[in-house]
Design a protein around this ligand. Structure first.
Ligand code: KIV
Ligand code: NA
Length: 264
């Protein structure tokens, strides 16, 4: 596959080949993850609390995300680049959502957009799809609605499963080509994944989804401290950078850098 397209993802689901997604927010991480064969790069609104220093995803703006999206789009050769619509940029109306999505495609160079919400966002999803923009939906726990949902908590336990199932069907009917499911019980997510024809991509949604996504700073240990249960740490980038920065500091303080070979 030269470039990952929506039909490739559908075919992967059909053959039972898991889809891989990671977040990326800049040139070198995008190029590296692309080189590793990651299928989809999400320029998440999680840039807010992983790049821009905010505590949550709520404050990040379209104007802040567009340059990051452009950087990732310019750096990915094979991976599909997903622009993530930030809080307040699509919930007002389908028209607002479409116009914001257009900016991510035209100015950001994204190949598709992602937006949060199920049944209630179906009109926004169909407006985008009718306007030629592929959409990834995002259901279950949706971080932009943290204050409505009462904090970070699993969605769809017990009787609440019906709600998540209804959301999943609604976004598929509205024309989404894939759906992220966040913090949904594994059995519910597995059921939804068999029910839907579009691929499901899980985060904290167990092993029955058609794909998985993680925030790279979590997965590769740039972020330190207590991590959500659904995170697996594959590398310790914090330690690598800390060691490097300390060695550089020590060298400069000791005047052992720069050496002859670095000088003119
Ligand atoms: O912004 C983000 O990183 C996300 C993923 C967690 C799915 O939406
Ligand atoms: Na997001």
């Amino acid at each position: 596959v030269r470039k990952v397209r929506t039909h490739h993802l559908r075919e992967m689901k059909e053959r039972g080949e898991p889809i891989t997604m990671l977040t990326a927010y800049d040139m070198f991480t995008a190029a590296t993850f692309d080189e590793a064969g990651i299928d989809m790069l999400l320029v998440g609104d999680s840039a807010s609390n992983n790049v821009l220093g905010n505590e949550t995803s709520l404050p990040v703006t379209v104007d802040e995300l567009l340059p990051l999206t452009r950087a990732v789009a310019r750096s990915a050769r094979r991976a599909m680049v997903v622009g993530d619509l930030p809080f307040g940029s699509y919930q007002a109306s389908p028209e607002q959502g479409y116009l914001t999505a257009v900016r991510f495609m035209k100015e950001g160079g994204a190949h598709c957009v992602k937006l949060e919400g199920g049944v209630e966002m179906a009109p926004v999803i169909s407006k985008c799809v009718q306007g030629g923009i592929p959409v990834v939906a995002h259901i279950g726990f949706t971080p932009q609605s943290e204050h409505t949902l009462g904090g970070y908590r699993v969605q769809g336990r017990g009787d609440a499963a019906d709600r998540v199932v209804a959301d999943a069907h609604a976004v598929q009917e509205a024309g989404a080509f894939a759906v992220v499911m966040e913090m949904v019980p594994a059995d519910v997510a597995r059921w939804i994944s068999t029910e839907l024809t579009i691929p499901t991509i899980g985060i904290g949604a167990g092993n029955g989804c058609d794909g998985q996504v993680l925030v790279w700073q979590d997965a590769f240990g740039l972020r330190t401290g207590k991590m959500a249960r659904f995170v697996k740490q594959y590398a310790d980038v914090h330690q690598v950078l800390l060691d490097g920065a300390r060695a550089y500091r020590d060298d400069v303080k000791a005047r052992t850098f720069p050496g002859e070979e670095h000088s003119f």
